[in-house]
Design a protein around this ligand. Structure first.
Ligand code: ADQ
Length: 438
């Protein structure tokens, strides 16, 4: 969303995969124009989808970047395909580039794109933003190709992370290879130093707030409220992903019901988690595990007139989610690790400041660096999360208002516009440095 807003302001090309997988050679890019934005979209071959996307990107990089090494798997041919697809993307992008363009590359699927573009002679400023965490070098080292990836990151003029911790890990990793973001490149006289910095992603705070207010009358929202019968509501909204800590969260909810029997039949927990990355084994497994877990908890605690957990393996539109948030007493955002986690921010923005719901937030999400007034938890500590849920459910109005106000201030200071403006400015500066060095 932030990137699209930047494109609308400056005009430009959005280039990327359109989500389609084809059996033959992929076509594209297909060009579509919308105002001053051109969408250049390409398809992936079945082989690229399996090896590049499901394989190296989501079964090697994703688990390592989230410190979930039990899910990590590495195949050399998947990495080869990752490089091949990045090189193909570079070749398809080059004819669309104009001399003054800034190139903003997003996320771990595209790390080698800048080095491929440079190899082909592209001199435009190129920035990279990583949406996931960047891990400590000792975790990174399980990747046999981590040195190549780090060197590829050095081909960018600007590298952006969500948090100081990620940036430190990146600098440590460079140091461990005796690379540094500047010295090597200055010494070789080839290019100015890369600027690695923190750009914590923000949200459209007013937009979320407005949506939450406008859509409260929707049928879905009315039905949801009706079925609560006045009970307090806890809600979780996540992509179905093992990094989101959903199994642990379900266990913590069960612990809440065990440890605080008075709360039974007084609370409902709705978990919305649409399937993502289906076809990757670990993702199919977690879906099954959650269905079982919800069934067991409901079997154990449900009453004639009460179902403790409603687990919805489907998506809702953004407006409905914001309206759900506004009706919620406690938002549960407890990933085992997350780059930022925008649901945490959207939950806060959607609240009624006069009677806000409270956020229970994992310390291991990037958002915890900013939303320090949430009830912070370690998602692995099941008793601790159950206690935090109880505390948030019973938090006095005055305390909820104060905490909400300070979190909202943080969100307003660093909203989506501030985020993209800072990144674009950093790229513009990098462009000037590049021209001065040439
Ligand atoms: P995600 O892992 O997808 O993103 P997150 O930040 O929570 O995680 O969500 C991104 C967007 O998807 C939000 O606008 C959210 O509302 C929406 N979303 C999430 N779950 C949804 C659901 N069940 N139904 C409908 N919409 C849903 C990656 C990184 C994060 C980082 C973001 C942005 O993994 O750490 O915060 O990019 O940088």
């Amino acid at each position: 969303m932030g990137v699209l807003a930047a494109l609308r302001e400056h005009g430009g090309v959005w280039f990327g995969w359109n989500g389609r997988v084809v059996s033959g050679d992929p076509a594209g890019p297909k060009l579509e124009h919308d105002g001053n934005i051109t969408y250049a979209t390409i398809e992936l071959s079945e082989r690229a989808y399996e090896l590049y996307y499901n394989g190296f990107s989501n079964t090697s990089l994703w688990p390592v970047f989230h410190y979930l090494l039990g899910f990590f798997r590495y195949e050399r041919r998947e990495f080869d395909e990752y490089r091949r697809v990045n090189s193909l993307f570079a070749r398809k992008l080059i004819p669309l580039l104009k001399p003054d363009d800034l190139i903003w590359v997003h996320d771990y699927h595209l790390i080698p794109l800048a080095s491929e573009l440079r190899r082909a002679g592209v001199r435009n400023p190129i920035g990279f933003f990583l949406h996931t965490p960047f891990p400590a070098v000792e975790a990174l080292r399980v990747l046999p190709v981590y040195e190549q990836l780090l060197r590829a990151m050095c081909a960018y003029d600007v590298v952006g992370f969500h948090t100081l911790r990620d940036l430190r890990c990146f600098n440590d990793a460079l140091e461990s290879l005796s690379l540094d973001s500047g010295a090597d490149r200055r010494a070789s006289g080839r290019a100015p130093p890369i600027n690695a910095d923190i750009f914590p992603i923000g949200i459209d705070v007013e937009g979320c707030h407005q949506l939450a207010m406008q859509t409260g009358e929707q049928d879905n929202v009315q039905r949801m409220v009706h079925h609560l019968h006045g009970r307090q509501l806890l809600i979780g909204v996540d992509r179905l992903d093992y990094s989101k800590g959903l199994e642990e969260r379900f266990r913590a909810f069960a612990r809440l019901l065990e440890d605080y029997p008075a709360i039974r039949n007084q609370v409902s927990y709705i978990q919305i988690a649409p399937t993502s990355r289906s076809g990757v084994r670990a993702y199919d497994d977690i879906r099954e595990a959650l269905e079982q877990s919800a069934g067991m908890i409901n079997g154990r605690f449900a009453d004639i007139d009460w179902v403790p957990i409603r687990y919805l393996n489907r998506a809702f539109d953004r407006a409905t989610l914001m309206a759900f948030f506004r009706e919620t007493n406690v938002g549960l955002v407890t990933p085992l690790r997350d780059g930022m986690n925008l649901v945490a921010k959207e939950f806060v923005a959607a609240q009624d400041p006069e009677d806000p719901g409270m956020l229970v937030l994992s310390r291991l999400a990037g958002a915890a660096h900013e939303l320090t007034d949430a009830v912070l938890v370690n998602p692995y500590d099941i008793d601790g999360v159950a206690e935090a849920m109880h505390r948030a459910l019973h938090m006095p109005l005055e305390e909820r208002r104060e905490r909400h106000k300070s979190m909202l201030d943080v969100l307003r200071r660093n909203d989506i516009t501030a985020w993209r403006t800072r990144f674009v400015d950093a790229l513009l500066t990098a462009g000037q440095q590049r021209r001065a060095a040439e």
